[in-house]
Design a binder for this molecule. Structure first.
Ligand code: FAD
Length: 386
């Protein structure tokens, strides 16, 4: 299934594939059977290899020593990393371009460049229990008091909170009728884990609930200028939604390959499973839907690289997230069916992806929220401007 890519994208694709195949994939079952946690030396080795390959610098501007890869090339990388279960590819920090637009030079020096060097890891504290999907309605507050902001709020599902060195904390500024992100050190006075729920997947990265009570941060920890509001959170959403699309394409490709290999080798009724039309149809639908998904994901990335209209790009990232995450879930369901009872074993890649891909229809905005964004765009701007 070929998509025309630049030589550089093909090179990065091969680098990421080799990394996924050699460093990550061999440890999936071990991770699955130990709550996602690998021995320290393996985790350290995988992180260092990712840094050496340049993965922490792919979305960093050249002016700061980064690689500043076009988004198409970043998609080519994340598609390959998406082939691996148990989030083993989350072993390195990911500084992103928007951070260099949002942050002051001091913040870049103290937080973002150390991420590129692998010295610091971040996590996002945005979602709250009450407003949930309605991110605009969050209730966490930041109030200025002398040379500090005082932060209060409760944040749910903070992915990697157990591994991160600092939070991006989203809060309202009631006195300014504004809102902003704040950089908060892990372990600051007033930051408390109030729950570490178990989720369907087995990941080393947990998603704890945090309470922030009168947490004081210096004024310089506010990200962006007054009036920026949620602009940078939206930049993050766009990036993540596109990369969820990329990872889901990689997962679907792996599932189709593995299910096809199994169907070819498994003999039932004196013939190989792959000769049964019922099985062929599941594989054919999966391959067709994957091709459509890859085309839209790479095209959305290319549109971003061409610098097209931001509202249209926001809409297309929602379309990618919606369509590709739902495609990957259908493919995982079919793959389990092709494997039969074997597909229900945790040692089987189809079983793991069947559980793990479910959250791609929920986080970074549920499928319903993506549909609302797309419908609003259609109704306001018309089909030609989406
Ligand atoms: C494993 C995991 C990791 C996560 N990591 C992070 C993280 O690192 N940082 C972070 O800030 N958040 C994170 N999240 C939060 C995630 O983004 C939210 O769970 C998601 O946005 C949905 O919010 P909610 O769970 O409150 O669901 P709700 O908002 O309560 O939604 C419940 C249901 O109602 C539907 N719904 C809601 N509003 C509407 C509407 N207007 N129209 C139609 N249907 C609607 C939803 O689609 C959903 O089906 C994570 C979540 C999970 C599960």
């Amino acid at each position: 299934m070929r998509i025309e890519l630049s030589d550089s994208a093909v090179k990065w694709q091969a680098i990421a594939r080799a990394y996924a195949d050699e460093y990550l994939q061999p440890h999936e079952v071990e991770a699955e059977l130990s709550d996602g946690v690998l021995p320290d030396e393996i985790t350290r080795r995988n992180k260092q290899r990712a840094i050496d390959l340049g993965f922490t610098a792919i979305d960093v501007p050249k002016a700061y020593g980064g690689l500043e890869l076009p988004l198409v090339e970043q998609v080519a990388i994340w598609e390959q990393l998406g082939r691996v279960t148990n989030a083993l590819s989350w072993c390195f920090p990911e500084p992103q371009t928007w951070m260099f637009e949002a942050c002051s030079e001091q913040q870049i020096e103290n937080f973002i460049l150390p991420m590129m060097r692998g010295e610091l890891k971040d996590c996002y504290a945005i979602t709250e229990s009450g407003p949930g999907s309605d991110v605009a309605a969050i209730e966490a507050t930041a109030k200025q008091s002398g040379s500090s902001y005082v932060l209060n709020g409760e944040k749910w599902y903070v992915t990697s909170g157990n591994l991160a060195d600092f939070f991006w904390f989203q809060a309202k500024l009631p006195e300014e009728n504004d809102e902003a992100l704040f950089l908060v050190d892990q372990g600051s006075d007033g930051v408390e884990v109030i729950a570490t729920p178990k989720f369907s997947h087995s990941y080393a990265a947990h998603h704890p609930t945090y309470r922030f009570t009168d947490v004081e941060v210096p004024l310089e920890r506010r990200v962006g200028k007054p009036g920026d509001g949620m602009a940078f959170t939206h930049s993050w959403f766009r990036h993540e939604r596109l990369m969820i699309g990329a990872r889901c394409c990689g997962a679907a490709a792996r599932l189709i390959e593995e299910a096809t290999r199994f169907a070819n080798g498994r003999i039932v009724d004196g013939a190989s499973l792959s000769e049964k039309q019922a099985i062929q149809f599941m594989l054919a639908d999966s391959a067709t839907e994957l091709w459509a998904s890859r085309l839209m994901t790479y095209e959305a990335a290319a549109a971003s690289d061409r610098g097209e209209d931001l509202k249209a790009l926001h809409n297309r990232c929602s379309m990618v997230k919606l369509f590709v995450s739902e495609m990957a879930n259908r493919v995982a369901d079919r793959a389990v069916q092709v494997f039969g009872g074997r597909g229900y074993m945790r040692e089987n890649v189809a079983e793991r992806f069947f559980r793990e891909l479910r959250v791609d229809r929920i986080w970074e905005g549920t499928s319903e929220i993506q549909r609302l964004i797309i419908a609003r765009n259609l109704l306001k701007r018309g089909l030609d401007n989406m």
